[in-house]
Design a protein around this ligand. Structure first.
Ligand code: ZN
Length: 78
């Protein structure tokens, strides 16, 4: 259930520069779609590049992602 922040950082370093980046505003705007894609087993990181990298480095957005995901999951169950 939990993501491994250390692993995310390692992946970020491996990917290095050239990875598209989004800021908090963009991340927030993309988060709805990102979560939908994740829950639909779509390659969210490929479709919305930069979001995952941002989530790995931004606790505020990571928390937003977690709560949004929980909400959408509940929604899918009902
Ligand atoms: Zn952020």
């Amino acid at each position: 259930m939990t993501t491994d922040p250390d692993l995310d950082l390692t992946l970020l370093r491996l990917l290095g520069p050239g990875e598209p980046e989004v800021d908090c505003d963009e991340c927030f705007e993309l988060l709805d779609r990102y979560v939908d894609l994740e829950l639909a087993d779509e390659p969210a990181e490929e479709i919305l590049p930069g979001v995952r990298a941002h989530l790995a480095g931004c606790p505020a957005c990571a928390e937003e992602h977690e709560s949004l995901r929980a909400l959408v999951e509940l929604d899918h169950l009902s």
